[in-house]
Write a protein that binds this ligand. Structure first.
Ligand code: C2E
Ligand code: MG
Ligand code: MG
Length: 499
């Protein structure tokens, strides 16, 4: 330490002047060892998004000078909301820590693992010599996560979807590269999760279109762009209409009428499906309550509404159903909530389904048979209706499909559940479905889904006849005039007995 005497004006000031090099060096060294908090993720200790951006800046500049490849793998945990719901946020956080640790174990010393935010991580691969190696790394990560993580004494299995983006000597910025990786990751999710996809500019464009769609979809309900079409459910023996299914469509201002397959998956990924399902429930509920007041539906007529399983993670979902029923004046017995039988576990939904049953609302298992469900699972689920997937009806002329339809129907009958066969298009399919024991169905043979204005007049007739033994063709979103669907009133036998 040195002593410096400064004379400022007439004042004598004594200042301690440190031996700058020594302590300044120490402080600088400490700073280097502990970068500013925002450069690290507190929970996992991994570098943060900010760190990653500045590192990528350097790496891309160097790669451009020397002609190296740089790759990012954007990783997203699959269905992490479900893990959080099941285990609670604290345990969920611990899962992040374990994921971070496993990724670090898998990475080479020259690679960096960073946490972007939430359940997204990035692996940065520098100086890549072989353009195929990032895909190999992605595959290794996916395979490694097949081994469960050990959280205390519990084993937790998580899977990841990964997007791979590689940059050569081009001018990509860190944001470009991360965006490309993220788009590829979303494609991996759409293609079934627990897999990786590499970015290519064509699919990138598709993904960008998807983002535009998503942005627009946020306002679709409030802008009045959603519409509901209705498809009758009939008693197969008599064609009496005993209900109808509400099917959402999006009247897109530029692209026209879009079918749910074009936007429901986007809405599910973007967390917008709960809002859409609520809107459909409310809208269709009011509509059916009006039909009831007008005396257009029989006492056993029911409205089927599709609801994504995401709704069950929403705390006030059941409350919303009760409120909708109260507001619309729709009797609970008139409502059936359809949930799709996919590969996902349905058992965690059981308490919610039980609640619906207590409220008097029916539950249908949609598209039954395509998921992993075994018939025996049916017994343990509080379900009142089973809807046989269209695939089996389409292929019902094959003995194996016929046998499946027969077994599902038999078991459902024993369990006191109602069975509806979906997608009946031809007279032959109708005959076979009936001889397999199925009593109710839907399909183009009877009617396509039609807009509100048309379903009113169809219901006024009470029943539907098949049109010259063959199904209708073309897109299901095309509006079919009533005359196309309805035979003349004189031909329609209005019956009530179910055979
Ligand atoms: P889903 O619930 O299984 O509905 C049956 C689908 O089959 C409908 O397609 C319907 O138009 C179509 N369909 C009916 N009869 C026939 C037939 O004879 N042949 C053929 N080939 N198809 C037939 P859509 O309206 O395009 O809906 C597709 C899926 O989108 C629905 O399958 C459902 O899972 C989902 N969805 C529709 N509306 C909603 C909604 O409001 N919320 C949610 N979360 N999902 C919805
Ligand atoms: Mg359905
Ligand atoms: Mg279905």
């Amino acid at each position: 330490m040195t002593l410096a005497i400064l004379v400022v004006g007439s004042l004598l000031t004594v200042v301690l002047v440190s031996a700058a090099p020594r302590w300044l060096e120490l402080r600088r060294a400490r700073r280097r060892a502990q970068p500013a908090a925002h450069l690290h993720d507190e929970l996992t200790g991994l570098p943060s998004r900010a760190w990653l951006h500045s590192r990528l800046d350097q790496v891309l500049a160097r790669a451009k000078r020397h002609g190296f490849l740089t790759a990012v793998l954007v990783l997203d945990l699959d269905r992490f909301a479900a893990v959080n719901n099941r285990m609670g946020h604290e345990q969920g956080d611990q899962v992040f820590v374990l994921v971070a640790r496993r990724l670090q174990e898998l990475a080479r010393t020259e690679d960096t693992v960073a946490r972007l935010d939430g359940d997204q991580f990035v692996v940065l691969l520098e100086d890549v010599a072989d353009p195929n190696s990032p895909a190999r790394v992605a595959q290794r990560i996916i395979e490694s996560f097949r081994t469960p993580l050990l959280l205390g004494e519990n084993e937790v299995t998580v899977s990841l979807s990964i997007g791979v983006a590689i940059c050569g000597s081009g001018d990509a910025s860190p944001s470009d590269l991360l965006r490309d990786g993220s788009l590829a990751m979303q494609r991996a999710k759409q293609k079934g999760k627990a897999r990786f996809e590499s970015f290519d500019s064509e699919s990138g464009q598709l993904a960008i279109n998807r983002l535009i769609l998503e942005a627009r979809l946020r306002d679709a309900a409030s802008e009045g762009e959603l519409v509901v079409h209705y498809q009758p459910v009939v008693v197969l023996a008599t064609r009496e209409i005993v209900g109808m299914e509400a099917l959402v469509r999006w009247q897109h201002p530029v692209q026209g009428l879009l079918s749910p397959d074009q936007f429901v998956p986007v809405a599910e990924e973007a967390g917008l499906i709960v809002q859409i399902d609520r809107w459909v429930l409310e809208h269709a509920g009011r509509f059916v309550a009006r039909l009831d007041q007008q005396g257009l539906i029989s006492p056993r007529f029911r409205l089927n509404v599709n609801v994504s399983v995401h709704n069950f993670g929403d705390r006030d979902f059941l409350e919303h159903i009760a409120l909708t029923l109260a507001r619309s004046g729709l009797a609970p017995e008139r409502l059936v909530i359809e949930i799709t039988e996919t590969g996902q576990e349905i058992e965690p939904l059981t308490p919610g389904l039980e609640q619906l049953r207590l409220m008097g609302v029916g539950v249908a298992l949609d598209d039954f048979g395509i998921g992993y469900s075994s018939l025996s699972r049916l017994r343990s689920l509080p379900v009142s209706v089973v809807k046989i997937d269209q695939e089996f009806v389409r292929g019902i002329t094959e003995p194996s499909n016929f046998a499946i339809v027969h077994s599902i129907t038999d078991l459902a009958n024993v369990l006191g559940m109602e069975v509806i066969a979906e997608g009946i298009e031809t007279q032959r399919q109708l005959e076979l479905v009936r001889s397999a024991g199925c009593k109710r169905g839907q399909g183009y043979l009877f009617s396509r889904p039609v807009p509100e204005e048309q379903i009113g007049s169809i219901l006024a007739q009470g029943s539907l006849s098949p049109r010259s033994g063959e199904g209708f063709h073309g897109s299901s979103t095309v509006q079919v005039p009533v005359s196309e669907i309805m035979p003349s009133a004189a031909q329609v036998p209005v019956t009530t007995a179910e055979h």
